[in-house]
Design a protein around this ligand. Sequence first.
Ligand code: PSU
Ligand code: MN
Length: 305
Amino acid sequence: MRELIRVAPEVRAALREGKAVVALESTLVAHGMPYPTNLKTALALEEAVREGGAVPATVAVVGGQVKVGLSESDLELIASDPDVYKASQHDLPVLITKRWHGATTAAAAIAVAGRVGISVFATGAIGGVHRDVMETLDVSTDLTEIARTPVCVVCSGVKTVLDTDWTLEYLETRGVPVLGYQTDVFPAFYYRDSGCPVDYRVESPLEAARVMSVKWALGFTGGLVVANPVPEALELDPDLVEDAVDEALYELEERGIRGKAVTPFLLQVLHEKTEGATLRTGVALAEENARLAARVASEFARLQA
Ligand code: PSU
Ligand code: MN
């Protein structure tokens, strides 16, 4: 049987030696922003992980093979090929069978990270419970995957288009600790305060790494969320964002868009309505998260040594 998951030599060596590795998704690159901004962003995220002291492992499906750690030509393909599929966890077996290309969502990247022994993942903001969940039953697989795979997810909260309260309820139900990084409130992606408190605040990467170690030492399954608010200097005006969200949700309804197209469509409309402000802030905060994830991964590696 052909190798289903191919781990890049640098990533494999780091894992073997117990060094820090951070997994990154690629949907954000393929379906979240235009070329070539997206390629630059992908490279900047990897660079931020290195600055934080870890090895980056961007996950994607290239010609039906899951790759953990991409070459520059893989990144170029994922960033520029219009036929790259948005691959969540449930899409992976099909994409492999059909030998297609796929950009992995948070859910798929976390699932793969868990399979190969990577303990920390970073993205901008995760998926969650949609505001129209009562009609659509739309809950992102990101949440179910975090609940079952032992990976610490560093993000700036959930996407602004979602219902934050319900998403936190769901994570609580599924036994996922949510830690505010130097904050008492759960962030709202492009701005710092969603209005929802977090149960626990951690002050340092080491404290987050300790909670991870203890959760898994107890034999508990599943992951954790470390919520890192966008830096104050970069945060957008909540009213500006919420107005754009209302308009985006209205357009979504008008066009009858459903399923996996929902999140990319909403983000695209936000970028347009805010004249690129959400795009710029989204890129900047993802870099911050990649850097913090690398520091958490470094502390975790030290605790395991
Ligand atoms: N960021 C973007 N565009 C996206 C996503 C993030 O700019 O499409 C993705 C993430 O990969 C996240 C996914 O995992 O959206 C959630 O999609 P859904 O709500 O369909 O599960
Ligand atoms: Mn969905």
